[in-house]
Design a protein around this ligand. Structure first.
Ligand SMILES: C[S@@+](CC[C@H](N)C(=O)[O-])C[C@H]1O[C@@H](n2cnc3c(N)ncnc32)[C@H](O)[C@@H]1O
Length: 320
């Protein structure tokens, strides 16, 4: 199957429309922080023929596949193996002080989900890995087998919003004492048994929330995102735009908070006029989070949980 067929870029036209005004000028640079299979990146290169693309991914397999796809664009595309909170260092190395556009399409790629041996999918039995970059870090099995119970409960609650975290972790701790976890099927089975009957009747596969939580922990996703969004805003030139697609409420909340903070003035209360150094540096381009249309969801199920936010850099950082 071609990499094209594997992934339909989510809310693609909306992303292009949002970034368009910022990318119109000659010499504009756009950063795709989550290259994946290069769907959004390719569309950016195609739609904006003057634009230079810098694209990051922490997954070497994604860089390989997207590299083939984007080869026809030659040196207009620079692909970098990096975690996206390393954006400032990457731009520094490339000698690019400011950029006009940044895109984040968060989460795992369909390629990562489809390749059973990566261990992201709960629907197939596979090694419990879940690292987006398999060259570094600890696997989901190691998390499950070695973390203290209290820490596992916290992770399942915070990152999976799992109401039955305690029940699941009790069962995990009992089972791992007999034999360490290696594969996903055993964990899925255990979750199924640990959950009360009523909980199993609603909300799809009962393992979904635990798998999301483990994935977020294994890849440090929220901590990285918390650093990356302010770093990306900091890299934008005035007039530059940032667009973010999130796939669960924890990601979206974080993006919302960073954008909202940038769109507020920072003056002490009570000033009749807000002096320039305290004026907001961002203008919000979306009211709340925008959702994909029913038609898009019907064509591409991966789009269903997407929430889209955008903002424009309207001012330099001025220290009062
Ligand atoms: C949803 S996919 C992107 C799909 C892409 N927009 C497309 O159209 O093909 C997300 C990608 O971001 C990468 N990724 C996730 N977190 C990352 C991080 N912290 N740093 C760099 N890449 C990351 C994943 O490896 C994955 O390939």
């Amino acid at each position: 199957m071609s990499s094209n067929a594997l992934h339909v870029p989510v809310m693609l036209q909306r992303c292009l429309d949002m970034l368009a005004p910022a990318l119109a000028r000659p010499g504009a640079v756009v950063v795709d922080c989550t290259l994946g299979l290069g769907g959004h990146s390719e569309a950016l290169l195609r739609e904006f023929p003057q634009v230079r693309l810098i694209a990051l991914d922490r997954d070497p397999a994604a860089l390989r596949l997207a590299g083939e796809r984007l080869a026809p664009y030659g040196d207009r595309a620079t692909l970098v193996h990096a975690v996206y909170d390393e954006l400032p260092e990457v731009l520094d190395r490339l000698g690019v002080p400011r950029v006009q556009g940044v895109l984040f399409d968060l989460g795992v790629s369909s390629m990562q989900l489809d390749e059973a041996e990566r261990g992201f999918a709960y629907a197939q039995d596979a090694p419990l890995d879940m690292r987006m970059d398999q060259t570094t870090g600890v696997s989901a099995a190691e998390v499950l087998n070695t973390y203290p119970p209290g820490e596992l409960v916290r992770i399942l609650r915070a990152y999976g919003e799992e109401k039955f975290a305690k029940k699941i972790v009790d069962a995990v701790v009992r089972e791992r004492a007999k034999e360490p976890f290696t594969n996903s099927a055993r964990l899925v089975e255990l979750i199924r048994e640990a959950l009360p009957q009523a909980a199993k009747r609603t909300g799809g596969n009962p393992a979904k929330r635990t798998f999301q939580a483990l994935r977020i922990e294994v890849n440090g996703e929220l901590a990285v995102l918390e650093r990356a969004i302010p770093a990306a805003v900091g890299a934008l030139a005035v007039g530059g735009r940032i667009a973010v697609l999130s796939y669960h409420s924890l990601e979206d909340r974080l993006v919302k908070q960073v954008f909202a903070a940038g769109a507020r003035h920072t003056a002490p209360p009570g000033l009749p006029v807000i002096p320039e150094p305290y004026q907001p540096r961002l203008k919000l381009l979306t009211r709340g989070a925008e959702l994909p249309t029913e038609e898009e969801i019907a064509e591409n199920r991966r789009a269903a949980p997407a929430r889209f936010r955008g903002a424009e850099r309207i001012r330099e950082e001025v220290t009062p």
